[in-house]
Write a protein that binds this ligand. Structure first.
Ligand SMILES: Nc1ncnc2c1ncn2[C@@H]1O[C@H](COP(=O)(O)OP(=O)(O)OP(=O)(O)O)[C@@H](O)[C@H]1O
Length: 917
């Protein structure tokens, strides 16, 4: 589809360069193009959406990029210094959709609007250009439109500042400040280099701001490249000397003490955020909350790999469907869904705070009637935070005002649902208070002012209720009355002229005009009627006229309509200002609604799926009775298959604080990975303040969760599967402390058997003796089970299966003990490997097991594996020796091609004889 604007129509003076006299010869640049070039030069790193009438046009390279990215037609318009100017355009009414696609592809867009009516420009002279300027930079981290945002996810803009090291060997410190411009949330924290990626993974920011220097840091370059949208900025944005001033100016406070004690580094990151917001919003101020400090360690540290592996908010394939979040989300509002995702991404570490959340869930689990009432009332509550933000940024419409009206009303009403609670936990009591904070007078005012059917945008008016403003009603009456008078005039003219088909019509070029058919045109142009009717235009079938009376009427109508619209827009601004003045209370109320929604949703989940309230304390316990995997359980339930619940006990033995490690062996497909993951997910759910899929759970707060499960290449960063696995294992062994929970699935399987076994062996020992953390370790190296004789806190567990007529039946039951074999071939058979391959594999296995039994075992004594490794050297075979000798005796230089071929065939024949058979 060609999307181009007939530019000349609306703005005759802005004729595209094509219509200009031979610019290529004169080197002349059209005024419009000169304006475009000037604005583009000020925004070199953005695609410039240049408003022309009902289109945003893109020129030059921007047009080429956008046409390719959006799949729209690239056209040419005129010349610039002798060269064709590439151009493409997007219609205003579809611009959100195109913006969305460009932003998702990582582009930044500068939106350049017409700042005056073309008629105004014309008054300055026929050659003058309509005033334009960029009104907004659209970047991935600064979106506010519903159509550009996922209602169920926060979209954070994150600034990362790094402290200068004061001494050699000192660990680098980083401050993170993040804003959700669409809701006003603003937070800060400090972190270390080691925890930086985990923090960023938690926030999943839409855009990350760093200084040029940090962007170019050799250590971090590969990391920045692996992230979707990192924006390097000049040093002044991250200048620590001016940071406090910029921040206090933005919030109009005297000193940064107002935000609590922030370090210079935190101030720098926070100031970078607000400076960027100011630069991209060009003077519009989003209703940001003052920055709130999150103390380091307030939430469970979960690195990116672990989040991915455990599929917390999306699956490994990138889908929300199938993730833990998807499985547990029973929220009924967008804000609730966002808060749930936030909580899932940042489980708490303070047991008192976790309990406070659990109390709220418990109260609602216990009262079905209150829960149902609350949830049905919440369903009617609009997204207050995002509506408020759009209004404050001047991007709001009448429906945002009505969202505020309905939100305030719904919040106040909904607390009635909670009156029936027998006990009101602190979390709910606080939320109730916040629900009543916004002024009811404001809601009433909005209710009086706004009509029933509201347009999406304010531009054309029509949203103020009749009876709200007397002056507006009067102007509207005048406007409508004039229209009635036009109809009467048409009837009179038809009568006076005797032309029944005479019509009074309107278009944008002529305004109102009298129209008759061509045959009747002559009659009006002849005396006596030509004294009244003045000819304007002759078309193929019609002739058009005007009259003095019609002209006067038109002026009256236009002025009444204009004045009515102006008045409506004034009322809109006044209502907006009233809403913004109430901004803090509205934001507080919006948060309270989200908290209530999350509590209700988690209670619903707990009741629906029979979850239990976990006991959380500061011990090192980890005792799960009858635990289930929250996602697999629901997936199986859809097919009517029951999930087999399993216990897990990693609590320290009586005498110490160091937790246990369970070593889980068992056949393929038995349920080892499911068991590992379910325990990690139970810890996360418990600490985010949710009930858990278990009969009972006692968890001493986990401060860090590590998981190394599954294997995926990281080719983008040049790492093989095995390398990724080792990098992640290294991070675990270096970082896991006594409060950590470590989940390791099949470490070492990506390399040669004995290398892998050795690494797995040493890893278990390190976790047990050095890290002293709670852990689950699944493996197919059955040799590792021998370690439990030496490591007192290592417990062997296995997943039971039954053999039946040579096939394997999975029972999914985890019990103490070790598996004797992996049943890999039976699983391969189930998977449909061809029968000859299965038969052959069985033969090979029998031979290997026979050799293995003959090999001496010595795993308990270090150095490990010396004997078995030697016993397994394949080249010790006599046949291979003979092969090598024959090869060594050959001298290719003395051989004819035919002799060489024959020797090669002979070698191949010998090799076949040496193979396993
Ligand atoms: N406790 C359970 N109750 C019911 N079904 C289960 C249970 N645990 C696992 N399953 C089923 O068994 C399948 C295989 O489980 P899982 O992937 O955990 O096996 P595994 O032992 O890790 O296998 P492998 O060693 O091949 O990786 C799951 O997809 C699930 O359908």
């Amino acid at each position: 589809m060609a999307l181009t604007n007939p530019i000349g129509l609306e703005e005759p003076d802005e004729t595209p360069p094509a219509a200009q006299p031979a610019p290529e010869t004169t080197g002349h640049v059209t005024p419009v193009m000169a304006q475009f070039i000037e604005i583009k030069a000020a925004n070199p790193d953005c695609l410039l959406f240049y408003r022309m009438g009902d289109f945003y046009e893109l020129f030059f390279e921007d047009a080429e990029i956008a046409a390719r990215a959006l799949g729209i037609v690239l056209t040419k318009r005129g010349k610039h210094h002798g060269q064709d100017i590439p151009m493409c355009g997007v219609p205003i009414h579809r611009s959100d959709e195109y913006l969305h696609r460009l932003i998702a592809l990582g582009h930044r867009v500068a939106v350049c609007e017409q700042l005056e009516d073309p008629a105004e420009a014309k008054k300055r002279g026929s050659k003058s250009v309509v005033k334009r300027d960029v009104v907004r930079l659209v970047t991935p981290g600064t979106l506010t439109e519903d159509s550009l945002l996922d209602a169920r996810r926060n979209n954070y803009l994150l600034a990362v500042a790094r402290a200068r090291l004061s001494s050699v060997g000192e660990e680098a410190r980083f401050a993170l400040a993040w804003i959700d411009i669409s809701t006003g949330e603003f937070r800060i924290t400090e972190t270390t280099r080691a925890a930086l990626a985990a923090e960023i993974a938690r926030l999943e920011p839409g855009e990350i701001l760093v200084s040029d220097a940090l962007y170019g840091d050799a250590d971090l370059v590969p990391y920045w490249r692996s992230l979707p949208a990192v924006t390097p900025l000049t040093r002044d944005v991250f200048d620590s000397a001016t940071a406090e001033r910029r921040l206090t100016t933005f919030f109009a406070v005297a000193a940064s003490d107002a935000f609590g004690a922030l370090t210079r580094l935190e101030l720098t990151a926070a100031a970078a955020c607000v400076t960027y917001v100011e630069r991209t919003q060009l003077g519009q101020r989003p209703p940001l909350s003052p920055p709130m400090r999150e103390s380091a360690g307030a939430s469970m540290a979960i690195d990116q790999a672990t989040r991915g592996n455990l599929e917390l908010t999306r699956t490994l394939g990138g889908e929300r469907r199938g993730s833990l979040l998807d499985a547990i989300d029973r929220t009924v509002t967008s804000a609730g869904s966002r808060l749930l995702a936030q909580r899932l991404s940042a489980p708490l570490t303070a047991s008192a705070e976790i309990d406070r959340r659990l109390d709220a869930v418990a109260a609602l689990v216990g009262d079905l009637a209150v829960r149902a009432d609350l949830r049905s009332r919440l369903q009617t509550a609009p997204d207050l935070a995002r509506a408020l933000s759009r209004l404050a940024l001047g991007r709001g419409g009448p429906r945002d005002l009505s969202a505020i009206r309905d939100g305030i009303q719904a919040a106040a009403d909904l607390t009635r649902a909670l009156d029936a609670l027998k006990e009101t936990p602190a979390e709910i009591a606080d939320a109730i208070k916040s629900c009543h904070r916004p002024s009811r007078a404001l809601a009433n005012e909005l209710a009086r002012a706004l009509g029933d059917e509201l347009p999406l945008i304010k531009r054309d008016g029509g949203f103020v209720r009749e009876g709200y403003d007397a002056a507006l009603d009067e102007l509207r009456a005048l406007r409508d009355e004039s229209r009635r008078v036009i109809a009467a005039l048409q009837a009179r003219y038809a009568d006076e002229t005797g032309i029944k088909a005479l019509k009074i019509r309107h278009n944008n070029v002529l305004g109102y005009f009298v129209e008759v058919t061509a045959q009747n045109g002559d009659k009006l142009m002849a005396p006596p009627l030509n004294a009244t009717f003045i000819h304007r235009q002759t078309l193929a079938g019609q002739v058009r006229f005007t009259t003095t009376e019609l002209g006067e009427l038109e002026a009256k109508i236009a002025s009444a309509a204009d004045r009515a619209l102006g008045l409506e827009l004034d009322i809109f601004e006044r209502l907006c200002a009233a809403v913004i003045a109430e901004g803090d209370a509205i934001k507080d109320c919006a948060e309270a609604l989200a908290r209530l929604d999350v509590a209700g949703a988690l209670a619903q989940l707990a009741a629906e799926r029979d979850y239990a309230r976990p006991d959380i304390d500061d011990s090192h316990a980890f005792t799960i009775e009858g635990g289930r995997h929250p996602v697999v359980e629901q997936a199986l339930a859809r097919d009517g298959t029951p999930f087999v619940a399993n216990d897990c006990d990693l609590s320290p033995p009586e005498e110490g604080e160091a937790g246990r490690i369970w070593l889980i062996t068992g056949p393929n497909m038995a349920g080892k990975s499911t068991f590992l993951r379910q325990n990690a997910l139970i810890a996360i759910l418990a600490q985010m303040g949710s009930f858990v899929p278990a009969r009972h759970a006692h968890i001493g707060v986990v401060d860090r969760l590590f998981s190394r499960v599954g294997a995926a290449d990281d080719l983008a960063r040049g790492r093989s599967t095995f390398m990724v696995e080792m990098v992640e294992t290294a991070a675990i062994l270096n970082q896991a402390g006594p409060r950590a929970l470590v989940i390791l699935d099949e470490i070492g399987r990506g390399t040669a058997t004995f290398d892998g076994l050795s690494i797995a062996w040493a890893t278990v020992e390190h976790l047990h003796d050095i890290n002293k953390c709670r852990g689950l370790f699944a493996t197919h190296y059955h040799e590792l089970t021998a370690l439990s004789a030496r490591l007192p806190r290592l417990h062997n567990a296995t997943v039971k299966v039954k053999e039946w007529k040579g096939d394997v039946v999975f029972l999914h039951e985890v019990t103490a003990g070790a598996a004797d074999r992996s049943y890999g071939i039976q699983v391969a058979k189930l998977a449909g490997l061809p029968a000859p391959v299965i038969e052959r594999a069985k033969l090979v296995l029998a031979k290997l097991e026979q050799e293995d039994r003959a090999a001496p075992k010595g795993f308990e004594d270090l150095p490990l594996f010396a004997t078995p490794y030697k016993a397994a050297q394949p080249a010790a075979d006599g046949a291979h020796d003979g092969l090598l000798k024959t090869l060594a005796a050959l001298n290719p230089d003395d051989m004819s091609p035919r002799e060489a071929m024959e020797a090669l065939y002979a070698l191949k024949a010998k090799l076949a004889g040496a193979d396993v058979n």
